[in-house]
Design a protein around this ligand. Sequence first.
Ligand code: FES
Length: 138
Amino acid sequence: MMNRNEFLSANGVSAGTVIFAPFLASCSKNSSGLGSGGAIDFTLDLTLAANSVLNSNGGSLNTNGVIVVHTAGAYLAVSASCTHQGTTVLFDGMNNRFHCPNHGAIFSTSGSVLQGPATTSLTKYNTLLTGSSLRVYS
Ligand code: FES
C-alpha cells in the first residue's frame, strides 16, 4: 500500500505544495507576475482572514518577500530581507520603523538605514488601495 508521501511524490506534488496552497490563495499576482526581472507585483484581498491584520493600524504582514504595513492610515511595503545578512525584518509599530532581530539594524518606514550594521536600505515598494484590494508593486 502506498503511503501519503509516496502518493504525492508519484503524482509530482511535494508536501510543501499542499501545505502552502491555502496561503497562496490569499493573494493574486498581476499579469506582470512575481520574479520576472526581480519585479514585485501582487495584490492582497483585505477581506480575506489571512490578510485581515492589515485592516488595523500598526498591522503588518510578511508575504512574497515583502513586509506590508498599515501605519498612520496608509499602507507601505519594503523588502523583508535585511540587507546585512538576510534575516527577515520585523515592523516595530511602537516606534514606526523596521527592526532586524539578528544584529539590531533599524530601518525607517522608507527603508533607509537608521542604525547598522546594515549599510544598504531596504527596497521600498509602491502600494495602491482600490476598494479592499491592496496592490504592492515595484
Ligand atoms: S542580518 Fe540584519 S542586522 Fe545582521
